[in-house]
Design a protein. Structure first.
Length: 252
């Protein structure tokens, strides 16, 4: 059971297109045109072309590409702002807002042609956003699924609440959870493939695989291929095996 996956994009259309080129090269090498490509969320914010990312993914899916696009917490923040700029995500820190430079909402609105959205009165910015952002983009982000299960690999944005059945997981946890999930070393019944927590490079922990390699902060965008529970990082030179630390050490 083969599946491709791509980490947190954060408005970097060029990196996303490059990741898909790596996947296309791997498909050609092994003769597989059917395996799905799962994007683990955070399409928008911080990077320069969130609009382009959304349009690229919408168009690919509309043309029948076998792509799965999951919702990330930044995608939800965008839709909440568009519905009501005074609304707050329940998991967002009280001292932050979507247009705060740390979150990068201003960069997203700038990709729609808006000028200095983080530095002007909120009501005016929201009114302009309603004119500038296609409703179809907001509807698309709002309707994205929060998880995708394929064989014994579960794809989510942030992680899962350990010990809780998948059918009882909350969207808040799937989009926002960190320490309770990251610090839990038990097997979750499936390999959890996620993003959300930025690292210098993708890392396999045995029970989970973190694909967020800090594209939001100038790092690369990771693409992998997963067969069973085996993982390979896709590079210009081809596949590079990505093993948990213990397994990698034993192979040396």
């Amino acid at each position: 059971m083969r599946t491709y996956a791509i980490g947190d994009i954060h408005g970097h259309l060029d990196l996303l297109q490059a990741a898909h080129a790596l996947i296309a090269a791997d498909r050609a090498a092994i003769g597989d045109a059917e395996a799905p490509v799962v994007h683990v969320g955070d399409l928008v914010d911080r990077g320069p072309d969130s609009r382009g990312v959304i349009e690229f993914l919408m168009q690919g899916q509309s043309l029948g590409a076998p792509w799965v696009v999951l919702k990330g917490n930044h995608d939800r923040l965008f839709t909440l702002f568009m519905a009501d700029p005074g609304d707050r995500d329940p998991r967002l820190r009280a001292d932050l807002a979507w247009l705060h430079p740390r979150l990068g909402g201003g960069a997203t609105l700038s990709s729609y042609g808006m000028h200095a959205p983080s530095d002007r009165p909120l009501a005016r910015v929201h009114a302009e956003a309603l004119e500038a952002v296609p409703a179809a983009h907001v509807d698309y982000l709002r309707s994205l699924p929060t998880w995708f299960l394929r064989d014994d690999v579960l794809f989510v944005h942030a992680g899962v609440r350990p010990g809780v059945d998948l059918r009882e997981q909350t969207e808040d946890d799937l989009l926002w959870i960190r320490h309770e999930f990251l610090e839990d070393t038990r097997d979750h019944g499936a390999l959890i493939v996620h993003g959300h927590t930025a690292l210098p490079e993708a890392r396999h922990y045995g029970n989970r695989l973190n694909l967020d390699s800090s594209a939001a902060y100038g790092g690369p965008l990771t693409a992998v291929v997963i067969e069973g529970r085996e993982v390979w990082h896709l590079t210009e030179a081809g596949r590079a095996r990505l093993d948990p630390p213990q397994q990698a050490a034993a192979a040396e």
